[in-house]
Design a protein around this ligand. Sequence first.
Ligand SMILES: [Zn+2]
Length: 251
Amino acid sequence: MTTLEIEDRPSTNHDSRGNPPRIDMLVLHYTGMTSAGAALQRLCDTVARVSAHYVIAEDGRIWRLVSESRRAFHAGRSCWEGESDLNAVSIGIEIVNPGHEWGYRPFPEAQMASVERLCREVVARHPIPPHRVVGHSDIAPDRKSDPGELFDWPRLARSGIGIWPPAGPSSPVGEIDSGRALQNLRTIGYCVRPASQTAALVAFQRRFRPHRCDGYLDPETAARLEEVRAAFYRSRAGHTSALRTLCRARK
Ligand SMILES: [Zn+2]
């Protein structure tokens, strides 16, 4: 396979990750702007103070704006697994798409092929386990919807990027335990309070049950929460044992 072609288009919007640096998360976005040019301009605008490590155009071109060793400004006010400075610990990739505001549309094959290849390289360079690959809407459900319900998460999961458990047989319609659903959302990583449960459920549905994102805790959503929670446990267990092996190898 040829090496991935990446064009440098430096943004000045970055700072230090902290000491020692830790990179164990990947956050995927859509640009939500009318064109790739407009998005690049904004992500390099010193006044806007926003950026990402990479931008991927609809034709598959990739730009690097910020070095992975630096903290880019893409996550904003956000939270995952109880942690809030997610820019410090993540790589941020912006995928060009007008988004829900300007005409949300499917991500073309050329673009998805680049997304997949770049993500594979990123998770190979850093200890980023599948359960730490998230969408912007997962970490900021009350204000973000990207990359949205058209994004092909199953494709990435087949390459080992992120989680997508196969959907089991539909569960019988019964009493839905909303307390357990809330607990499952938290276990998966969503920072959710009872008041923001609907927003978190919409984010969960965009990601894991994308054919209906209404924030309603129906039996299918409740069953999907169980499947995803189990997959997150498997990913965490795998990550812990991989870290133990790494520690032993370094001794
Ligand atoms: Zn975003």
